[in-house]
Design a protein. Sequence first.
Length: 344
Amino acid sequence: MQGISIRSVSRHFGSVRALDKVSLDVAAGEFVALVGPSGCGKSTLMRIVAGIESADAGSLSIGSRDVSALRAAERNVAMVFQNYALYPHLTVSENIAVPLAMRRLSALERLPLIGHMMPGLSQKRAAIATDVLQAAQSLGLDALLDRKPGQLSGGQRQRVALARAIVRHPDAFLMDEPLSNLDAALRVQTRREIVEIHRRVGAATLYVTHDQSEALTMADRVAVMQAGQILQVSSPEAIYHDPQDIRVATFIGSPRINLISAAANAAGHVHIAGKSSGLQATPGPVTIAIRPENLRIESNGIPCVAKVSNFSGKACCFMRAIAPVMKPLSYGFRQKCRARMTVR
Ligand SMILES: Nc1ncnc2c1ncn2[C@@H]1O[C@H](COP(=O)(O)OP(=O)(O)OP(=O)(O)O)[C@@H](O)[C@H]1O
Ligand SMILES: [Mg+2]
């Protein structure tokens, strides 16, 4: 099994700094999710790892091989995109077989009429058919092998794209928002399937998503990216409970973390609205970040006004289940709640 090692990779497009000395390791068999706002450089990094975009600086290894100078076809990485990029005129079976045919058959053998005259072709084709069936079965596609992509649902098409990626046993998987075309229910199901495939195949996986809950639930580690830089790479629990950067704290978590301006006095005691919070900090202005689910309404808490209250149903229970977040807070709200209820 092979890991991916990205070292100080930079990439500019004119005056746009898409990647600024990005370093990231994905260990053999590890699943790392890359999250960050639109335009922060996620796809650029994926394209550079895949070999379909070049870096201005930095290096890249897969296993012990430095692949920086290798073409995409020589890197043995599989990439799954948001738009499945299936060939519409080929059947499911033929679509899954494409990467194997490209690797195992010569240009002549791939030709429809002349190819059949080449010696040994039928054995090669039989071996490809066996591998295609195995990949299709592992994704529950065996009943759909003769259909064309136009006759499939979005989820089925995405599974074909996944089957086509796993069929050639790549050293690494790169997935760029592979589920964003699917509806919510299908997304959750396919998410589970991707995690199962990853466990089974065991290849290092770099997975780009906008959806932080996807990142937190699927990945061994989460890399949070902003403006071409990786701010933090940690376990989902550490990213949520112990963000190292205020930008990570505000990006991860829904509803967003509350930021409160306060001050620490000469003795280092932090006061909010003139009341002691029980927290300690270096004297001077401080920002206190509190996850919404950690705020409680208490009769003698710190007086404040709730401007927005979101009913988040199960999501809220889920968030509590993985709490406590930040440090447990002993102060709470005075019940002066002029809340606007937003039901999702
Ligand atoms: N070929 C290109 N030419 C010029 N600018 C580009 C090119 N490709 C990407 N960029 C710019 O580089 C930055 C990073 O783009 P990238 O596609 O990597 O973002 P992203 O994080 O994948 O965003 P999204 O979440 O919207 O997919 C953006 O500002 C984008 O406009
Ligand atoms: Mg992108």
